[in-house]
Design a protein around this ligand. Structure first.
Ligand SMILES: Cc1cc2nc3c(=O)[nH]c(=O)nc-3n(C[C@H](O)[C@H](O)[C@H](O)COP(=O)(O)O)c2cc1C
Length: 394
């Protein structure tokens, strides 16, 4: 059985699946529920000097309805299929929840204590200006939290002024501090290096993306109640963005990184570890599925590590970084088809805009087949194939 425990900036978590700031961490009892449901550590909702006045409606799902879906993955040359049925799986959410609508004193007096009664490490989240952090940092530390995440949302995209915010918190507290990056920040590599120099202990990447807008076409009104109807996008739709930020920070600094953005399965978490993350946080997944997601994702990470012969998260951490080239690649490679794995479902043929892959009959059996002369090597078919029968072979 793989060891799921991880250490991030000196804080040891029983597993690498943490809560993220948002509704599933909105108060002490929500955090306690996450702990009971299997989270490895707790990150609380962001607090600020003034409680937020949260506009309503606050959240909207990108998609409606229920779906059946299967997950396929390769295991020792075999294809394993796991089916989940009737699970609501929107690609993401828009939200305008801002920060906590509870006064900070309430968190200091009550909510952090309730969360700490779980026995798990607790990371507070604070925002937003340098003055806010100088004021709140020492109070939050005094409340006995194990670390402090500071949110760089709502404070601009130019990184230079943000360094003053990081410095203000660093000078105010001794516990590990984590900079939570928004995906919009310009000059990411330089920023991350500067944060490392200032003495920030870790990076959390990323916050939600936006601002964004959704309109109900039956009424013509925005779905959310914020200024301009705007909200921030989270969930599976932003996972590739989060992964890239994690990889860029991991490649260019030695800071530990916590990945957040679209994690809903053990496989998602493994992808973040391969990009260099030491742990993941989950927000949208926990809103849609409830706190049970933390234990489920941790279990799935353990199963995946066991099935692939790894002993710990550390064994796969950063594995993808060596494959991320500094320059564009122009070498054309065409995929092949493993007829033993092909189910002749035709998805590859459907998406091929080069008419290069077709389901054909070979020896009385249907299988996809690639015309190597027509194939552009675009790779799309390899990513839609549900059984990995269509793939690049090194
Ligand atoms: C409803 C909602 C409220 C959120 N509130 C906060 C917050 O108070 N502070 C913060 O740093 N991030 C907040 N976030 C961002 C999440 O913590 C997370 O960074 C982002 O949603 C991406 O992760 P996910 O795809 O797992 O949701 C919130 C997200 C949602 C959906």
């Amino acid at each position: 059985m793989a060891d799921l425990s991880v250490e991030v900036a000196g804080i040891r978590f029983r597993n690498p699946v943490l809560t993220a700031a948002g509704p599933p961490s909105q108060n002490g009892s929500a955090l306690l529920a996450a702990a009971r449901a299997g989270a490895g550590g707790l990150v609380a909702k962001t607090i600020s000097v003034e409680p937020a006045k949260v506009p309503r409606p606050t959240m909207a799902a990108l998609d409606r309805g229920m779906t059946d879906f299967s997950i396929y993955y390769a295991l020792g040359g075999r294809i394993v299929r796991r089916t989940r049925t009737k699970m609501f799986t929107p690609r993401g959410l828009l939200n305008i929840e801002l920060w906590s609508d509870l006064p900070y004193q309430r968190w200091l007096d009550v909510e952090y204590k309730v969360a700490k009664s779980s026995g798990l490490p607790l990371i507070a989240s604070v925002g937003y200006t340098a003055d806010d952090l100088r004021f709140l940092g020492p109070k939050v530390q005094e409340a006995g939290v194990d670390g402090i995440e500071f949110s760089l949302h709502y404070v601009g995209i130019d990184y230079k002024p943000l360094l003053e915010i990081a410095k203000a918190l660093r000078e105010s507290v001794d516990v590990p501090i984590f900079a939570k990056l928004s995906p919009h920040i310009l000059g990411l590599t330089e920023f991350a290096k500067e944060l490392e120099r200032i003495g920030v202990d870790g990076i959390v990447a990323v916050n939600s993306l936006g601002p964004t807008l959704m309109i109900d076409i039956e009424t013509g009104r925005p779905l959310l109640g914020g200024k301009m109807g705007e909200g921030w996008l989270s969930g599976p739709a932003i996972k590739p963005l989060a992964l890239r930020v994690v990889a860029e920070v991991a490649k260019n600094t030695s800071l530990p990184v916590i990945g957040v953005g679209g994690v809903t399965s053990g496989a998602d978490a493994i992808e973040f570890f391969m990009a260099g993350a030491s742990a993941v946080e989950i927000c949208t997944g926990a809103i849609l599925e409830g706190p049970g997601i933390y234990g489920r994702v941790a279990r799935e990470i353990g199963e995946w590590l066991d099935e692939h012969g790894y002993d710990s998260v550390e064994d796969v951490r950063g594995m993808a970084l060596k494959y991320l080239p500094e320059d564009y690649q122009y070498e054309v490679r065409n995929p092949g088809v493993d007829p033993d794995l092909c189910t002749a479902c035709g998805l590859c043929e459907e998406v091929c805009r080069y008419d290069a892959i077709k389901v054909v009959e070979v020896d009385g059996r249907k299988t996809a087949s690639v015309n190597q002369y027509a194939c552009y090597g675009c790779g799309l078919c390899t990513t839609v194939c549900p059984t990995r029968a269509v793939r690049f072979v090194d």
